[in-house]
Design a protein around this ligand. Structure first.
Ligand SMILES: *[C@@H]1O[C@H](CO)[C@@H](O)[C@H](O)[C@H]1NC(C)=O
Ligand SMILES: *[C@@H]1O[C@H](CO)[C@@H](O)[C@H](O)[C@H]1NC(C)=O
Ligand SMILES: *[C@@H]1O[C@H](CO)[C@@H](O)[C@H](O)[C@H]1NC(C)=O
Ligand SMILES: *[C@@H]1O[C@H](CO)[C@@H](O)[C@H](O)[C@H]1NC(C)=O
Ligand SMILES: *[C@@H]1O[C@H](CO)[C@@H](O)[C@H](O)[C@H]1NC(C)=O
Ligand SMILES: *[C@@H]1O[C@H](CO)[C@@H](O)[C@H](O)[C@H]1NC(C)=O
Ligand SMILES: *[C@@H]1O[C@H](CO)[C@@H](O)[C@H](O)[C@H]1NC(C)=O
Ligand SMILES: *[C@@H]1O[C@H](CO)[C@@H](O)[C@H](O)[C@H]1NC(C)=O
Ligand SMILES: *[C@@H]1O[C@H](CO)[C@@H](O)[C@H](O)[C@H]1NC(C)=O
Ligand SMILES: *[C@@H]1O[C@H](CO)[C@@H](O)[C@H](O)[C@H]1NC(C)=O
Ligand SMILES: *[C@@H]1O[C@H](CO)[C@@H](O)[C@H](O)[C@H]1NC(C)=O
Length: 405
């Protein structure tokens, strides 16, 4: 009675609607990347990504000077430029060595610093910082004192990626074959990467992948965490938000997305964001069984407690960071209670997106739309077809009586 291909109708309809939505997201930017591995005999490196849109520019500036730091500056001009005074940057007072000109075009600026990597003994297998007492933390890896590798081979113009790889040169028992690294990827359009978590990115964002590779753990029950510090001018503020999704096609079994949003005083829209799926991976393949759920802890105001290294945040925002800026910090820990320990694979990777405006919203994937369409659509179709059959049957039935009139 009902033809099987009818079942596909809602699916096709769903895909058409989905494509229609995707076309709107096709905002593109021209991406320019400059990488300076080291400046004249110093260890200061600098990566500048300039993502130019129709009427605006997003600048991402990275350096491992001090601690690995990213500056995000959004301007309302397609011609804004980075002005860099190298001699000043490498001097003991780098304030204002980095400027974005024209400065009046700057709409929003924020800095993100990666300060410490924690390793702790998780004998109770809880994977939760709040249940770990101080003595169970090994001395943290202070990223300020790692030595960062320099060289052109860690910058790849064709994939628009750069890697900052750090190790403790004087600690061969843990870092002989290992490193802690940050991989930055720039995007010029909307899309997804092949490897999970395959976050939906747009031209308004870039990706940061944090990795611990081959570092020898200090115990068999080691787990890791990461501390980040965020900074912006007074008046702005950040909020954390946890978003639930029902679609886990790209990250099996992970339904949680974390978002850190920057707001400006008296402005309703989001200025910038950092977004991540609540998952890390214990292998570069990032297979389903290698997913390590992760969790974040409360944003902490850093009130006078922060002893800040000399970073490109100072080079841009200037002196007296603590007085004129809001400084907050956030911890993330990797792993799940009763899950595997780092010792299993000696590998950990965690990805996040950072960009301007509101974070990309996951719409339902085509697969989920099809499943929903078939699941929800078939009964509706059956009802419709059934209704039609009954209608026609009735009409036919009544018409048989018509001649009586
Ligand atoms: C990206 O930013 C531009 C300029 O601010 C905006 O017009 C566009 O809608 C944004 N695109 C996405 C996908 O967020
Ligand atoms: C930095 O890199 C850019 C292009 O990659 C190059 O033109 C410039 O001269 C470099 N600057 C320094 C100080 O090395
Ligand atoms: C760069 O900074 C140094 C030291 O502060 C200063 O002497 C020099 O004039 C500056 N160069 C430019 C081009 O502004
Ligand atoms: C395990 O839990 C017990 C009870 O809460 C606590 O006393 C102990 O310190 C924990 N051990 C570790 C290694 O965290
Ligand atoms: C850049 O990445 C591409 C694709 O992964 C690779 O084929 C190429 O060899 C890389 N280039 C360098 C200089 O590493
Ligand atoms: C590097 O290793 C040395 C020797 O083990 C240690 O004294 C130092 O604290 C380590 N530095 C960092 C940043 O972990
Ligand atoms: C580093 O790798 C070499 C060769 O594979 C191995 O002999 C050495 O034991 C490793 N060192 C550590 C600290 O794992
Ligand atoms: C880790 O486990 C191995 C094998 O089970 C054992 O030989 C080693 O002593 C353990 N190391 C620590 C620090 O517990
Ligand atoms: C925000 O609004 C308040 C009250 O309306 C005002 O006092 C303040 O100056 C405004 N701030 C900015 C940055 O416009
Ligand atoms: C830190 O907080 C205390 C109380 O909340 C306040 O009195 C102090 O001025 C603050 N310090 C800075 C540097 O903001
Ligand atoms: C992160 O966790 C470590 C270890 O528990 C703690 O010392 C530090 O204050 C935490 N930082 C933040 C920003 O919560």
């Amino acid at each position: 009675m009902m033809r099987p291909w009818l079942l596909c109708l809602p699916c096709i309809l769903g895909v058409v609607l989905h494509q229609g939505g995707a076309a709107e997201e096709g905002y593109k930017r021209k991406v320019h990347i400059e990488f300076n591995s080291t400046y004249k005999g110093t260890t200061v490196n600098l990566l500048h990504i300039r993502a130019v849109g129709l009427e605006d520019t997003v600048h991402y500036v990275w350096s491992t000077m001090g601690v690995p730091t990213m500056l995000l500056v959004h301007t309302n001009s397609a011609h804004s430029m980075l002005h860099l005074n190298w001699t000043k940057l490498v001097s003991s007072s780098p304030f204002k060595a980095i400027q974005i000109e024209p400065s009046t075009s700057v709409q929003h600026a924020t800095a993100l610093m990666f300060t410490r990597v924690f390793e702790y003994y998780d004998g109770n297998n809880t994977a939760d910082f709040t249940h770990i007492s101080k003595p169970n933390f090994y001395p943290a890896y202070d990223l300020e004192y790692l030595v960062w590798e320099h060289g052109d081979w860690i910058f790849n113009a064709s994939t628009r990626t750069a890697v900052f790889r750090g190790a403790n040169a004087s600690d061969s028992s843990h870092f002989q074959n290992g490193s802690i690294s940050f991989q930055v990827t720039a995007f010029d359009s909307t899309g997804r990467e092949n490897v999970p978590p395959s976050l939906l990115h747009t031209a308004n964002s870039s990706k940061i992948e944090f990795r611990i590779e081959g570092v020898t753990p200090r115990g068999n029950f080691s787990r890791f965490g990461l501390e980040m510090v965020m900074l912006e001018r007074k008046g702005g503020f950040k909020t954390m938000k946890s978003v639930q999704t029902i679609d886990d096609e790209y990250t099996p079994t992970i339904f949680k997305m974390a978002q850190m949003l920057s707001h400006a005083e008296n402005k309703s829209h989001t200025q910038s964001f950092m977004q991540w799926k609540a998952v890390a991976y214990s292998s570069p393949m990032a297979r389903r069984d290698e997913a390590l759920p992760c969790q974040y802890y409360d944003l902490q105001d850093q009130n006078g407690t922060l002893n800040m290294a000399r970073t490109i945040a100072q080079a841009y925002f200037g002196e007296n960071l603590q007085e004129n800026h809001i400084i907050q910090a956030l911890n993330i820990s990797f792993g799940i209670a009763d899950g595997d320990f780092y010792d299993n694979t000696h590998y950990l990777s965690w990805s996040s997106l950072i960009g301007i405006g509101s974070p990309p919203e996951e719409s339902f994937s085509i697969m989920v739309i099809c499943i929903m369409a078939v699941a929800l659509g078939s009964p509706v179709l059956l009802l419709l077809v059934g209704g039609l059959v009954v209608f026609i049957w009735k009409k036919k039935h009544y018409s048989e009586y018509e001649p009586i009139n």
